[in-house]
Design a protein around this ligand. Structure first.
Ligand code: ADP
Ligand code: MG
Length: 370
């Protein structure tokens, strides 16, 4: 097997260290149906990489092809530069944490975590040392003698993680490992998981359908849809500069306002013309969607150079730390605006609804999607 030393521009892989995971044109079809369609990805050593997308978009199938549980119908999988396509899971230096944890209920936490090392015939003293360190790192040292069924969901999740990490895999695959936890615990585990990943320095490939989770935890995210990667980049890239309509709407709330591009503005039928700056790639008269995040629209204290327009305030939705204003631009076309409620702002006192309000935005914050 030939190590891959080629460098693809724009990826974090350099010639000194081949990608921890490289997917080279992999597809998986069931009859005529493509669960995964021609995906290319390079995941760098030590990276926290997420596959993000709605249910059924091919995340689990992609992960299973990396782990060797599913064979691709096309393309190849490389781990650390080595082609492993067709090798069974136990011949790959990869571990998987499933959503169901799959712990051994009759074994203690320590024995669950020791299991893989014992099977490999690792010397006893080394097992004791490695398992001890890992239990501590995953905050399980006080629970070492307990059986999994006596643990909470978050604790079981940490046992599953410790059991996988103690084997020091090149790559750890995690398939929605936090999905079964309630929101508060999930938030805490997101932070803990990220900390553990940084400490151990193992490459994580993390599957989730939760945008916030992917943005919080990942170094890079691949946004998937219908078996394809729509965009791959840092959380900031995919959030601030979505490549297309799908990514813009999937990555949290975005306004997608339909209109016609003309001379640096998006003209809304029966509504205002919204200045967006010149877009060299788009010809006048093209039907477009203007994409702008609710938090990028201002309702007061406008700065010089901002674009301004007006609409009718239809609804004020107070949600504690934030308030959302729904502004009607034209019949049926609603712009949502999000403001932080700070100690100084009491926006809800200002408007009752039904009045015409002015809003402003910076043209560089809007995307024009055709
Ligand atoms: P995700 O994990 O993103 O929810 P999956 O990778 O599990 O999605 O599935 C992607 C698509 O492939 C789905 O439409 C699913 O129904 C289909 N699929 C997965 N496994 C099989 C299989 N063994 N046979 C037929 N279709 C499958
Ligand atoms: Mg899945």
């Amino acid at each position: 097997m030939t190590p891959v030393t080629t460098v693809t521009p724009g990826t974090p892989t350099d010639s000194a260290s081949p990608a921890a995971v490289r997917l080279d044109g992999i597809s998986k079809s069931y009859g005529d149906y493509y669960a995964v369609h021609d995906i290319d990805l390079d995941i760098a050593p030590g990276e926290f990489f997420s596959l993000l997308g709605p249910s059924g978009c091919g995340k689990t199938t992609s992960l299973r092809m990396i782990g060797g549980f599913t064979d691709p119908t096309d393309g190849s999988v490389l781990l650390g530069g080595e082609d492993v396509t067709g090798l069974p899971p136990d011949k790959r230096n990869v571990n998987t944490v499933f959503q169901s944890y799959a712990l051994f209920d009759h074994l203690s936490v320590t024995d669950n975590v020791s299991f893989g090392l014992k099977r490999k015939g690792t010397p006893r003293a080394e097992i004791r040392e490695r398992v001890g360190t890992m239990l501590e790192r995953c905050q399980l040292d006080d629970l070492a003698d307990r059986k999994p069924r006596t643990l909470s969901g978050g604790q079981r999740q940490r046992v599953a993680l410790a059991r996988a990490l103690v084997n020091r895999p090149q790559v750890l695959l995690l398939d929605e490992p936090l999905a079964a936890l309630d929101l508060k615990l999930r938030r805490r585990m997101q932070v803990e998981l990220k900390q553990i990943q940084r400490e151990v320095g193992i490459t994580f490939v993390f599957v989730t359908h939760d945008q916030d989770e992917a943005l919080t935890m990942s170094d890079r995210v691949a946004v998937m849809n219908e078996g394809r990667v729509e965009q791959c980049g840092t959380p900031e890239d995919v959030y601030e500069h979505p490549a297309n309509r799908f990514v813009a709407s999937f990555m949290g709330t975005s306004n997608l306002v339909p209109g016609t591009y003309r001379d640096g503005t998006v003209v809304i039928a029966e509504g205002p013309s919204l200045p967006v700056g010149t877009r060299p790639g788009i010809t006048d008269g093209t039907r477009v969607s203007l994409s702008i995040r609710p938090e990028k629209i201002w309702l007061s204290d406008f700065e010089p150079g901002m674009a301004l327009a007006t609409g009718v305030l239809r609804e004020t939705v107070y949600s504690g730390a934030t308030t959302t204003y729904l502004i009607e631009l034209a019949p049926g076309i609603i712009l949502s605006v999000l403001e932080q409620n700070t100690a100084r702002s009491r926006m809800e006192d200002r408007w009752s609804g039904g009045e015409r309000v002015e809003f402003g935005w910076k043209p560089e914050h809007c995307l024009v999607l055709d």
